[in-house]
Ligand binder design. Structure first.
Ligand SMILES: O=c1ccn([C@@H]2O[C@H](COP(=O)(O)OP(=O)(O)O[C@H]3O[C@H](CO)[C@@H](O)[C@H](O)[C@H]3O)[C@@H](O)[C@H]2O)c(=O)[nH]1
Ligand SMILES: [Mn+2]
Length: 732
């Protein structure tokens, strides 16, 4: 293990600066806070003056809704107080690291969990893209964790190991930028006999992998050596299932022996599927990552660890070196725990209808957090200092066996008996019994957003993190392409976030104590994400229902208080929009992002909250439902055209459609009514709802494709609107 040191008198490897808008943001926040105080006063007044039970109930509902909005706005200001951007000076790196031997080792973890939801071919592409990093290959080890325990995935990787011997030298000699073969062959590369040749090899590999996928198992005709044959025998024993099987660890490439077709060393490539048993919890991805930490410690124990999801391939071969520009400064910054690259996606449709880019979450807010303690960990594209997994900077937690410690030096062949035996032992399902794994050591257990939770805990322990967001994205990933998938993912996040919110490591108490007010508040903003459902649902239903009953709940246009509402709404929305566009997006994408925020407020946020409470009460739990990465052709086409995909009879769509219909009814009613005095704001809100709901109406009425709104949902929702309207009439 090469030490990460920085010789004195070093050239500058990276620099940072505060964004110019910082001061504007701060002044602005002060003004907006005053407006919020005025609103509180206005609400208090309304509450005191309310004359009936009904008006009191309405006032208190609006007060709570606005309180939550104000709370979320306040926590979000932490992202705006000290935004910091960084730049690396890669050209100076070779002045600091003068020979290959001095590069620190890099262990890369790739997680996959289901060959049918995460096609092995694309996992292979991810692996090849990082195996081909511009970095000494003898320093790279790629570990693939297969929680699906699938021979199909192992087979795909055996093929990848063979293809890699040609692919790596091809990339390096031709200075290819897209080192995921799939991305490369989809780009407009210049054709030559060499590229033809390599493309043919890729196609051959692809056909093989796909036909094995179709068969559902690896039959003898695909096996070329006795060694391979032996590797698959374990699956042939009848008792092997994905929930119950012994660990499988296969070294597919060994750097010290295997060479590419040009005779250069290859990186290590290791396939592993940790042992699974129904009687032990496996902790989903966090469990997989901890098994990876241990197995890699036994084999290579590199000081830098990169975690990657199977659907996030490397888009820039220089990334590992760029990251070194931060790591080499470690002596000056001994608490640097991890370097997070943003999640950026390929294949988004032009206006990103599902807001899948999550631009604020993945690209804008981390800049703000970087100026505080550092960005949150987002599960993929993150380079860790291995040491962070063993306690805080000044409180080392010793693992149970010395070989797992960050300072242990491995000098045995990774394929040797001794190493393999130990690897098997640490990949066992009962290995973590009575140990600190998941609590004080490794990735933390207890939340479905193991990434957010682990990052938060690490920063609380005293580590810092850095946000690395170069112009050419370091990694590119897949997005969910149906509304149901997008919301399902968000729902899982909500469950995970609430698990943190209500744990003893809550961001508001433990967080503030450990990392200070502002930094903790950036985490609090996410911890409370699901409560956005309160104001969104209130605003979706209450103003419309009141409008239908002729009850005015906002100030008249002629009332000076009206301007307060107008200011609060326009300015908050305006600032979000401007920030969005400044950070390189479009108005259209911002519009869809805010629409998805509203949609989540009626779907994944409340349903995630429900699921969380079910889990607490011990009623059914879903666990980690994977986001599907497989694209149905028709569905893909609709996505590319920017058409919303409903299709599923999900209960989540019921509140959404109900609100959409109600807003339309209220808006039309208001339109026909002549005397609108005092109802303008409610008309505006209903109209805003209608504008946002256009794709929903289309899906209910105009479309006949498979992605339309299921009739059942439309009927239930329409009936609910009737019920709501009638019962509200009885209330006053
Ligand atoms: O039991 C499991 C479940 C999942 N995974 C892997 O976890 C990754 C993320 O799963 P995915 O279904 O793609 O979830 P997303 O919602 O797209 O992922 C986001 O949210 C997760 C937390 O909920 C983070 O772990 C991810 O990094 C982040 O990209 C994938 O590589 C899976 O193979 C496992 O290894 N084991
Ligand atoms: Mn994913």
């Amino acid at each position: 293990m090469a030490p990460i040191i920085n010789p004195a008198g070093k050239p500058k490897l990276h620099s940072q600066r505060k964004l110019r808008r910082t001061y504007f943001n701060r002044a602005f926040a002060a003004i907006y806070s005053l407006a919020i105080l005025a609103l509180v006063y206005h609400h208090a007044l309304a509450l005191i003056q309310s004359k009936s039970f009904l008006s009191f109930s309405i006032s208190i509902s609006m007060l709570i809704a606005d309180f939550v909005l104000a709370f979320m706005w306040t926590t979000a200001q932490s992202f705006r107080m000290n935004p910091t951007v960084r730049e690396v000076h890669l050209e100076n790196l070779e002045k600091v690291i003068t020979s290959k031997e001095n590069f620190p080792g890099l262990d890369i973890f790739i997680c996959t969990a289901d060959p049918y939801k995460e096609p092995p071919l694309s996992v292979v592409n991810t692996a090849l893209s990082v195996m081909a990093y511009d970095y000494p290959p003898e320093k790279i080890s790629v570990y693939v964790s297969d929680d699906g325990g699938s021979e199909l995935t192992l087979f795909a990787f055996m093929e990848a190991a063979k293809f890699g011997r040609s692919w790596l030298p091809f990339c390096k000699q031709n200075n290819i930028l897209d080192r995921s073969p799939d991305a490369y062959f989809k780009s407009n590369y210049s054709s030559s006999s060499e590229t033809q040749n390599i493309k043919e090899m890729y196609e051959k590999m692809r056909t093989k992998i796909e036909s094995v996928m179709e068969k559902g198992k690896v039959t003898d005709e695909y096996i070329t050596s006795g060694e391979e044959h032996e590797a698959f025998t374990i699956w042939k024993q009848g008792s092997f299932t994905r929930q119950q099987h012994p660990s499988v660890i296969q070294v597919l490439l060994e750097g010290s022996e295997d060479r590419d077709i040009e005779g250069n060393p290859m990186p290590n490539l290791i396939y592993m599927s940790r042992e699974k048993s129904k009687s032990y919890p496996h902790h989903f991805k966090a469990g997989a990552l901890n098994a990876l930490l241990r197995v890699s410690a036994v084999m290579t124990n590199a000081p830098i660890v990169l975690t990657l999801d199977c659907d996030m391939y490397s888009n820039d071969p220089q990334t590992a070196k760029k990251v070194l520009c931060y790591y080499m400064d470690l002596p000056d910054n001994p608490n640097l725990g991890y370097i997070q690259c943003p999640q950026i996606y390929h294949g988004l449709n032009k206006s990103d209808i599902y807001g899948s880019e999550y631009k604020p979450l993945f690209q804008m807010n981390p800049i703000g957090m970087d100026g505080l303690r550092g960005p949150n960990y987002v599960g993929t594209g993150c380079f860790f200092n291995r040491r962070v997994f063993f306690g805080g900077p000044s409180s080392f937690v010793q693992p149970e066996i010395a070989q797992l410690g960050p300072d242990s030096v491995v000098n045995m062949p990774i394929n040797g008996k001794e190493v393999m035996k130990l690897a098997d032992q640490v990949a066992a399902c009962n290995y973590e019994d009575q140990t600190n794994w998941g609590s004080k050591i490794g990735f933390k257990y207890g939340s479905l957003v193991e990434d957010y939770y682990t990052g938060f805990r690490l920063l609380c322990e005293g580590w810092h993190s850095i946000f690395h967001d170069p112009k050419r994205p370091a990694f590119l990933g897949d997005v969910p392409i149906s509304l149901y998938d997008a919301l399902g993912q968000n729902k899982r996040w909500c469950v995970g976030l609430l698990e943190v919110t209500f744990s003893k490591y809550s961001t508001i108490i433990y967080g503030v104590k450990s990392m200070g007010f502002l930094a903790a508040h950036s985490f609090t903003h996410y911890a409370f994400w699901p409560i956005w459902t309160i104001p969104i649902a209130t605003y979706a239903f209450l103003p419309s229902l009141a409008l239908l009953n002729g009850i005015s709940i906002f100030p008249k246009v002629s009332d000076p208080w009206f301007y307060l509402y107008a200011f609060l709404f326009l300015v908050a929305y305006g600032q979000e929009c401007v920030d969005f566009i400044i950070s390189g997006s479009t108005f259209e994408r911002w519009w869809n992002d805010q629409r998805m925020w509203l949609i989540r407020g009626l779907t994944s946020y409340p349903f995630g909250t429900l699921e969380y409470f079910n889990k607490v009460l011990g009623i059914a739990t879903k666990g980690f439902s994977l986001t599907s990465k497989v694209v149905d052709d028709e569905q893909g086409k609709r996505y590319d055209q920017g058409v919303f995909e409903f299709g599923v009879e999900s209960p989540m769509f019921v509140p959404l459609s109900t609100a959409a219909i109600l807003n339309l009814v209220a808006f039309l009613y208001g339109f026909l009514k002549i005397n609108l005095d005092g109802l303008f704001v409610q008309m505006f809100i209903a109209g805003f709802g209608v504008l946002n709901s256009i794709p929903i109406y289309e899906a209910m009425v105009l479309r006949s494709d498979k992605g339309r709104m299921p009739t059942k949902i439309t009927v239930i929702s329409a009936s609910l609107v009737v019920v709501l309207c009638v019962s509200s009439m009885f209330l006053h």
